[in-house]
Every structure is written in C-alpha cells, then in structure tokens.
Design a protein around this ligand. Sequence first.
Ligand code: FBP
Length: 528
Amino acid sequence: MHLEQYRATFAPELPQALSQLERAVFVPRKRGSTDKEIARLFPRTQEQDSLDVVVQALQGTSFSRTIQKVGVVFSGGQAPGGHNVIAGLYDALQKIAPTSVLLGFLGGPSGILEKRYLEIEKELLQKYRNQGGFDLIGSGRTKLESAADLAASLEVCSTLDLDGLVIIGGDDSNTNAALLAEYFLEHGCKTSVVGVPKTIDGDLQSEEIPISFGFDTATKIYAELIGNIGKDALSAKKYYHFIRLMGRSASHVALECALKTHPNLTLLSEECWEKKRSLSEVVEEITTLIEKRGEKGLFYGVLLIPEGLLEFLPEMQSLIQAINEILAGKGTVPASLPRPLAYLFDSLPEKIQQQLLLDRDPHGNVQVSKIETEALLITLVQRRLEEKGLFEGTFRPVSHFLGYEGRAGYPSNFDANYCYSLGTIAALLIRGSHSGYMATCRSLHLDTQKWEPKAIPITMLMQMERRKGKDKPVIRKALVDFSSAGYQSFAAKREAWKWEDDYQMPGPLQLFGPSDLVNIKPISLRQS
Ligand code: FBP
C-alpha cells in the first residue's frame, strides 16, 4: 500500500463540542467595537456577535434552515489540510442534511465568476482525505471586489440556489468573503458566506484565531530541511547557507523554524521595522557575524531570512510603495521616483530591480516570493567583506529558498484535525444562516477534544489600508508579537546560537508512531 492510501484511512479527531452535531449550538458573545470606516462600509455585518459552539443539554432546537446546496472554493496559495476542510464540511452536511449537495468551484474564485464547478461526491472525496495540495478543485488568486464581480457572484450563487458558500483563504480572500457577505445580505440573497482561515504564513491570527491552518505542516517541512542543511554545514564546515523562507510579510514562519532548528542568525522583519534598520545595517550585522565566527575558526553557518524582509526596511518600503503608486498610475520607474528613492533603486543589483518591478498580485501586493533577498544579501555581504579585506576565498555562500515545497505536503495530524473541525463549523454556520463569519477554534494548544470551536464576524479583523493606490477595507495582517512566548524564547537564546552551533534536526514530519512525535504542535502557537 502507498502512503497516500494509508493516510486516506486516518480518521480526524473532533473537539468534544463538535462530536454531536444535532446538539451543537451557537451562543452569542459580545464583540468589541469596529473601526468607524469599516462599520460604514459593512452596515449589515459589522454589528454581529461572536459565536461560541456549545453542546446543549437536550436535543430539539429547530435550526433556521434545511440545507440543500453548498458551494466551496479554495482561494490563494496552497496550505496543507485544505482537503480536510472540505471533508469536514461534507461529512457534517451529510449528518445534518443527508440529501444536500456540495459543489466545488474550480480554479479559485474565478470558478465562481465563470460558474465552473464539480459536484463533490463521496467516492471522489475519499481519495483526497488527509492529503496535501488543493488539487481536488484547484485554487486561484482572482479577487472578488469590483461591483461587476460582486454582481456576477450573486447571480451565480442565486442561480445555483446555494444555501452557503465556504471560502477557504488567507487575509485577502477572507476580505473578499466579508465583501460578498455584505453584498449578498444587501441584495436579499440567502447564501451564507463563511470564511476559513488558511495560509502557511501564519499571519491570519488573532486572540480568537490561534493560527491559520497549514502553518504547522509547512514549518515542520521547512524545519526538517533546515535541520539537514545545518548538519551538512557542521559536517563540511565550508559553506554559509542563506535560507529565505516563504511567509510573505510576517516572519512567523522564520521564527517558528528558528525555534525548531537554532540557526546562527534569524532576521525578523518586524524587528527590522521596529529598529528602523537600513539595508546596509542588516548587511553589517551579517558581515560582523561572519567576521567574528571567522576569528573563532568557523567559516560556515546557517542564516534564516524571512521572504518579506525588504518590505520591512523603512527605506525599501518607501521605495516599494512609491513603485506601487507609479505602477498603479502612468509613470515609469526609475524616472518617476523621487531622487533619494531613485538613488536607492539604482544601488540595487539589476536582477533585484527587475524583481521589484514584477506585476503586483491581484490584491496589489508586491510578489515577495519572486524577490531573491537571499541573493541580494549574499552580494552585499560579499562586497562588504571585500571592502574590509576579510576572508578572501573562504566566504562560500549557498542560497536557498524554501517555499513551495512546504505548501502542499501531507497535513500533520494537527492540521488534519484542525481543518476537519473548521469544515464542520462552516457547516454549522450555514445551518444557522450565519453570514460574514469565519470559522475558528480556540485552545489549540490543548488536546483536540478540548478545543473550543467558534465563529467570529470577519469585520472584527478588518481595518482600512492603502492598496493599489487606494484606501481599501482589508483584514489586518498579524505580525510577530514581541510579547509572545515564542518570540521571548527566541530572543533569550539567539545570542548563544550565533557561536555554539546548536543546530537541531527535527527530522521528517511524523504521521504515524509515538503520540509525542505525531502530536507536536507549533512552538510559537498562541495559547488563546
Ligand atoms: P496565501 O496568503 O494565499 O495563503 O499565500 C501565501 C503564499 O504562500 C506566500 O507565503 C507567498 O509569498 C505567496 O503565497 C506566493 O504566491 P504564489 O503562489 O502566487 O506564487
């Protein structure tokens, strides 16, 4: 038997509160106040309460609707566990509405606009249970934002007579979900729009969302590879490994991998922003590390670089924002840049200049995964070492980018259970005709049985931000919190890691075996 067949037989565990769906009910909990502009833009969904799932003592509540048809869509980048959201949704629907039909929109949100879907049936779904990737229905990054997109989505959901639409996505995709929910309510459409927090980046988190799904698996996969690279560095003693890690703006992935593997240096974008560091200061820090290690006879090392680093160096951020505005209008780069920024742009290697000019994604974000920050740092560090007359011929850098290899792996047990629970909560939200909500669970640091399933209004997470040259309502990205236990632990140990070569080898993600190995959770997981 192949691993995928074994894995398909894994039975995800549900929190106790979701074990009897006929007795699982939502209890409202007052939410905090909403940003004024968000409240103005979302008049129908901004006042909704949070909802906690509780088990009612007696059966017999009449739920607000009988479900006949539900649609589901993946939006944005892959994250391990997505198929289990669909499995949890499907199984819950089968229990609460056995004749209901689940439609999967193909290729992401564009599948909604173009009315491309397939019916997800039991036999088909079986092959995808507990598997990585999003290949059952595919994904895409089309934004549902313009009046025409909203109208087309309404038309499709109404014609298909959908009771619910589940959007499995990151911050931008869940922003789309909030817009759709508001628009559908405004137009009297019965389709409940429900979001599910997906992204390996870990930046869709809050008090109520301890972590997005996929983060656990992706960081375990990266940590295995970083651990192997560390072991190689320690054996060969001749290479400096510059490892850029996916994760877009926030450095959650880099922090978690650092806690798991203990590299010599981990840059955190948030710290660079806080300290208003320039690119040359970052280069100086790396050069000094290499210099001091060289003095101790150590000519090798492991460095972690978050993929969003450049956007968090204030001078580079000004440059990227200026380029964004120019690309959204009519000017050209570098001609239309103000002089200091044009000078900074000119000082960058040509390849990096080109990468900064690449098309923005449909949400207006610069495509950080396409900017080879590790190569830029290697070039600048090499230049600086030469200026200082240091280590001619002994600085041998190797660049790595760990990104796509972590996004579609077999989900860890944590992600498999979490996703299955999120799909189940989504079904309950649709049964209760709740729209504009995101499914989530608190207490993920505890055993699965003790997780607290709940739903929060998506508007609770939103604020106004400048995108593509305009102010837009968006979900705020959660950055690394300096008061968190994960960061504090990192801050306490990193100085020692610079010199002691305490590289850890977490090894491959364990799907079977002793429970303390298969149930490892993210070290930086919020205990909320
Ligand atoms: P989501 O925010 O959609 O989950 O995507 C996350 C991510 O994997 C980032 O870490 C990365 O920068 C980006 O997607 C890469 O995008 P693409 O898949 O379009 O190359």
